[in-house]
Design a protein around this ligand. Sequence first.
Ligand code: GDP
Ligand code: ZN
Length: 453
Amino acid sequence: MSDLANDTIAAISTPPGRGGIGILRLSGPDARAVALPLLKLRHSLAHGQARFAEVLDVEDNAVLDEAIVTFFESPNSYTSEDIVEIAAHGSPVLLNHILRSCIRNGARLAEPGEFTQRAFLAGRLDLTQAEAVHDLIESTTLHQARVAAQQLGGALSRQIAPIKEKLVHLIATLEAGIDFAEDDIDLLPAAEIIAQIEAVQAPLRALEETFGYGRIVRDGFTLAIVGRPNAGKSSLFNCLVQRDRAIVTAAPGTTRDLVTERVSLEGIPLELIDTAGLRDATDEAETIGIAKSREAMAEADIVLLVLDATAPLHAEDEAAIAAHTARPLLIAVNKRDLAPSSRLLEHSSHTAIATSALTGEGVAELRSAILGVITAGAPSSDTALLTNLRQQQAVSNSLAALSRAHRAVNAAIPHEMLLLDLYESLQSLDALTGVTTTDDIIHLIFSTFCIGK
Ligand code: GDP
Ligand code: ZN
């Protein structure tokens, strides 16, 4: 399926529902032939030009709508195929009728992501760019959109290219050595091979490390607010939400008895979880509440422990601090308005900030501290990020094969064996950009798209 497809696909590319404009997209060799019977054009279609047209009902030739029709001629289109886009008025009934007419004229209903899949199969986009199309569409903050746009522009592929080049060079040198070597004479000394492997490993490791931040940018991160009843968790939650909520479509609600709210912190989506319900708890409910709270703590990317500055450090809090080592823990010593000289801060080995949910004091510092934890792993802004697990896995597989190669050199294993590992490493890099991705994986990736993309 690597050549251009021979069928023509159709889909409504604008979101479901009513709108000022609704766009129907056709791609394939018959795009024009499918569309023309529906259109009464004053001027014939020409590449890259928008044309005014009346849209006709194929059954009785009645005028259904007026539309702007744009044509892109193969190979100069998104999919490399002929594309016709009919921008009609955004009535679902109308658009569905036009779509049905297109199907009757020989087009096939597009599968989710199929336009972008065709662009990929035609070599217009590599796999990381195709994924970026999806991420761009799904982005909820401008920062996410920027990262996706950077990837769409080929940033990740450009980062990989020189790494791959080094690896290919090493493989070629070793292959040449095997071809020409007589009596096991190495053309390349072991130390030189090691140096070259390491020159591939270093930038690849740096790239792998971007995944921590890339994942956060793409998927957002969660912050669980925990602490004893009455410490001020809900009050601080509200402080943090009020300041940022307006930026992002708020999706308030309770998840598993926890109050959650999505906000945007400098463009990074943040899900705040208030482990509510402890305060008014009866014994049984309290047990459940504590379990939920523990669960939230275990799953959150960051935990914010709220302490009451007017009370001494409770054994429960100490236990929470001691138990929490795997992920970042921030401490808010709250109610500083009541106890400005609380010494709770001094005992802490974690970042602790004095706050007052009542006066708002310290809340800005708290936000910066949260942001500091998130962006701790952020690479410089022009570095491409790995943004999904598939990409991370490809890089990590590539690195694993390099490590085996590294060990093989040290163990003086024949170059034929060493080469197998290097080829595997190269294959993983190719899989990242989709040079050698199996049809199954490709199908899986594009099926996450919506129809019409
Ligand atoms: P939670 O049980 O941890 O969620 O605590 P709440 O946020 O419900 O707060 C418990 C009580 O402490 C409420 O009466 C709040 O008004 C009060 N409170 C919360 N934060 C502060 C603060 O910073 N200063 C003062 N003076 N009172 C606070
Ligand atoms: Zn609360």
